[in-house]
Ligand binder design. Structure first.
Ligand code: NAD
Length: 449
């Protein structure tokens, strides 16, 4: 593992293979009967204790995340704060996720929310701890035991979290972390007969193979995949506000964000003015040392990823603005880049997963919706307008799972998050996530004599 800002090694870890994965699944299977039997209020207390420990060790966790991913420390602190909030939320959810009684003839019908058993959680490198917590929280609250596979490049925070889970009193075997390759550990979890469900976040390409692999055992899957979200700016919007916010909706986490609003669709009548404001706002983004409190954007995750991001720009690219980045031969730096494009250009079709925004003009509301939807993805998006009715019409028309109006923020602990189309299915966060980690059981009791 390297620090992406300095290219200095952070740690060297043994890579697990199939045998270690099987051992972790066996440990999770053995721990399941006792964990599901823990009284709901006690399970809640354990999750709350974990949340408190995350708060107490927040600075340490934020530093691990900042060094391993190259995230600015201020942002990493915010993310760790969310992790604690997630465990608090699901501690509170344990005894609020209950069944029903259904009126039927001849007796009583009741439903139970049963845990699934052992769940495999596979997460990416861009928000390692956050995304792990979005799965761990509901999985544990429902009474499942877990095997978590962090991304190869960023396993350090997950390993520390597993230690904190033990310290919180969550029994051994309930939370297992296996560090290894996706094609080995991930694949084994997907195919393992004792794993009941896979909660996966990652690329659409790997998501497809997870879904195929899961078919063998009819495993449940939740897929949180890639995105190519639109930030739609109408002429009647508060342009200054929309432009000031837009850079952070693409360049946050150096663009390595599934929700990145990387297609900025702008009504033609204000296109030139908006582009000017956007360039001014982007020039303010502070790129540099992730350990510096004021830094807003760090490096990309790896040299290989920088190659991929660079491949989206060539001689034919119409670059409208290119920001500054540290001029160092160490670190995987890439400047904030704004390009003018059409929706058919590769930069507008594929997920760049780097700090590159494509600005695309549209003529009217109908074209805005049609361009926003002209993509295989459907994760996120924003709508900027002062016309409330239009905001609602467009929000209903855009085929994505999460949207924000006059804001670029649509991920919250209490609200559902997930994709339409090839951005995946199933919902994380909020009470909705509990559906993905439990099974409804229906029991009829005859009252006849
Ligand atoms: P990735 O798909 O390469 O890897 C994700 C995880 O899957 C890693 O842990 C990897 O080791 C594992 N994996 C790889 N091959 C596997 C296989 N054959 N079987 C099982 N597991 C396997 O993704 P990445 O490069 O780590 O992350 C970037 C991608 O994640 C982007 O496409 C991004 O949009 C997406 N993402 C989506 C969300 C969301 O919530 N929708 C959030 C963050 C990231």
């Amino acid at each position: 593992m390297l620090n992406p800002a300095t290219e200095e090694p952070l740690a060297e870890l043994e890579q697990a293979g199939v045998e270690e994965t099987d051992a972790a699944v066996a440990a999770a299977k053995a721990a399941f009967p006792a964990w599901r039997a823990v009284a709901p209020s006690d399970r809640a207390r354990l999750l709350r204790r974990l949340a408190t420990l995350v708060e107490e060790r927040a600075e340490e966790l934020a530093r691990i995340e900042s060094q391993n991913v190259g995230k600015p420390i201020a942002g990493a602190r915010g993310e760790v704060g969310m992790v604690a909030e997630v465990f608090h939320f699901y501690a509170g959810a344990v005894d609020k996720h209950h069944g029903e009684t259904i009126p039927v003839a001849g007796g009583v019908d009741i439903t139970f929310r049963e845990p699934l058993g052992v769940v495999g959680l596979i997460v990416p490198w861009n928000f390692p701890l956050n995304i792990a917590s979005w799965k761990l929280g509901p999985a544990l609250a429902c009474g499942n035991t877990v095997v978590l596979k962090p991304a190869e490049l960023t396993p350090l925070s997950a390993l520390r979290l597993a230690e904190l889970a033990l310290e919180a009193g969550i029994p051994e075997g309930v939370v297992n972390v296996v560090v290894g390759k996706g094609s080995v550990v991930g694949q084994r979890l997907v195919e393992h007969p004792d794993v009941a469900k896979i909660g996966f976040t990652g690329s659409t390409e790997v998501g497809r193979s997870v879904m195929q692999g899961a078919a063998g055992t009819i495993k449940r899957v939740t897929l949180e995949l890639g995105g190519k979200s639109a930030n739609v700016v109408f002429a009647d919007a508060d342009l200054e506000r929309a432009a000031a916010a837009a850079p952070y909706a693409v360049f946050d986490n150096a663009g390595q964000d599934c929700c990145a609003r990387s297609r900025i669709l702008v009504e033609r009548s204000v296109y030139d003015r908006f582009l000017e404001l956007l360039a001014q706002a982007t020039a303010q983004v502070r790129v540099g040392d992730p350990a510096d409190e004021r830094t807003e954007m760090g490096p990309l995750i790896s040299a290989q990823h920088r190659e991929t991001v660079s491949s989206f720009l060539d001689d034919s690219t119409r670059v409208a603005f290119r920001g500054a980045a540290p001029d160092s031969d160490r670190g995987f730096w890439f400047p904030c880049t704004i390009v003018e494009a059409t929706n058919d250009d590769r930069v507008a079709r594929e997920e760049v997963f780097g700090p590159v925004a494509a600005v695309i003009p549209f003529a009217d509301e109908a074209e805005a919706v049609s361009l926003a939807n002209d993509t295989p993805f459907g994760l996120s998006g924003s709508i900027w307008t002062r016309d409330g009715a239009r905001a609602l019409r467009v929000a209903r028309g855009v085929e994505t799972g999460v949207l924000s109006v006059n804001s670029n923020s649509s991920v919250r602990v209490a609200t559902p998050f997930g994709g339409f189309k090839q951005s995946g299915f199933g919902r994380e966060l909020g009470m909705h996530a509990l559906e993905g980690y439990s099974e409804v059981k229906n029991v009829f009791l005859s009252t006849e004599e």
